[in-house]
Design a protein around this ligand. Sequence first.
Ligand SMILES: [Fe+2]
Length: 193
Amino acid sequence: MSGFGKDQFVTECLTAVRAGDGVTAAVKEIVEQAVSDPSAIEAEVSARTISPMMTIWHRSDELTVLHIVWPPDVDLFAHDHNMWATIGIYGGREDNQFYRRLEDGRIEPHTGKTITQNDVITLGPDVVHSVANPTRDWTAALHVYGGEFFTTPRTMWSKETLEPMPLDVDFIRQNLEAAAARARLSDIPGERP
Ligand SMILES: [Fe+2]
């Protein structure tokens, strides 16, 4: 099948989740197939520079599917998901910093992984990561989560102290929107400081 349809994508992910065994491997394959053809996804969504930072394609107790656009020059808080996550990049770059959990609740940097166009990573439910787009280009990704991304209690960690605090999705969304506004302003000829 050629082309990409977000409804079909969600249906395929839901079918994989409901099949039971081997869910993350099956979802990874679906996301790999999708991001292998970035132009097909781009035909279905808004251009990166004008797209909302986060668009919800599906949200239920068993699955969340998000279309995420990253402005240039963003470095988001470390956070957990408390559910498996599969992230596929169809444009730009995302730097993942992974952390080790310490007994006192804080975290320390552990390993890292950079993913670029056509790459897909699967994260286990216990993973703590922070994500950054250090480039001058916009990053575009499909995110699939094995649960209710917005209401499941989650944790984020202070950049300064690495102390834990309850995760606030709206706070993260506001950070992304502010970075997007800065990036759009800097794209206007004559407006660059
Ligand atoms: Fe994440």
